[in-house]
Design a protein around this ligand. Structure first.
Ligand code: ADP
Ligand code: MG
Length: 244
């Protein structure tokens, strides 16, 4: 069986507003993410990155074009189908979106709440393992307010991966972090996703994290534009003799 791309967009066009205020913010976007691939989406503010991510994440209804995600066609999909798909996706946002009245462990366990095969004790234990995997052993019972920004975002990474998702979608996950914690968070995300073979579509304009990408694509004014492939290691300078 040929492996289907986890994300496959064809001719996606999207507009907000109605009547005279209607404006296309996505225009004929084609995009695919291969199994296990880490794709970074860059581009200026307002270019449509978040809108694209919310369509792929089934958080918004499609208008024109085709968007297949984890085998589900989202064009014309019912709200019920979209809800089902969302449960198979791990989301990471700029501001972690943790619940303040839950501990780190409970926040992570929440991602598995809909998995009826697991007991509550099993979920809490698995949450502890995920928190250990992101380096937060000893912080399991703390609420978000007692964690640093970087630690909170690591909890968000643990939560996104805890439910064994088929896809990770991240929107500016390092925007609120300093350089070091930002890099730590995305490196953890990359390593854990690679370990599980989970593809990632990550929106960022943080040049400090482009190294995690298998592929970088750029958007401008609602369109995908050619971008440099800075992800692969720089080629050896040609024509120079090897150092002695
Ligand atoms: P990016 O994430 O690249 O900054 P967005 O997808 O958030 O871009 O926004 C693309 C365009 O759509 C912008 O012009 C923005 O103002 C507009 N926009 C975003 N969300 C909405 C909304 N809910 N209603 C109307 N316009 C929106
Ligand atoms: Mg955005």
């Amino acid at each position: 069986m040929a492996t289907e791309a986890p994300v496959e967009l064809k001719d996606v066009t999207f507009a907000y507003g109605a009547g005279e205020l209607r404006r296309n913010v996505l225009r004929e976007v084609d995009l695919s993410v291969a199994p296990g691939e880490i794709v970074l989406l860059t581009g200026p503010s307002g270019s449509g990155k978040t809108t694209l991510l919310t369509l792929v994440g089934a958080l918004r209804a499609m208008q024109l074009g085709s968007c297949r995600v984890l085998g589900q066609e989202l064009a014309g999909a019912s709200e019920g189908d979209r809800v089902k798909l969302r449960r198979r996706i791990g989301f990471i946002f700029q501001n972690h979106n943790l619940l303040g009245f839950l501990t780190a462990r409970q926040n992570v366990a929440m991602a598995m709440e809909l998995d009826s095969r697991m007991t509550e004790a099993g979920r809490l234990a698995r949450a502890g393992e995920m928190l250990a995997a992101v380096g937060l052993t000893g912080h399991e019972e703390k609420p978000p307010s007692q964690l640093s920004g970087g630690q909170r975002q690591r909890v968000a990474v643990a939560r996104a991966l805890a439910g064994s998702p088929g896809l990770i979608l991240a929107d500016e996950p390092t925007a609120a972090l300093d350089k070091v914690s930002g890099q730590e968070v995305v490196h953890l995300l990359r390593d854990l996703a690679r370990g599980q073979g989970v593809p990632i579509l990550l929106v960022t304009h943080d040049p400090r994290i482009l190294d995690i990408a298998d592929r970088i694509i750029a958007m401008e004014d609602g369109r995908i534009v050619p971008a440099t492939t800075a992800a692969s290691p720089a080629p050896e300078p040609a024509g120079l003799p090897p150092p002695r």
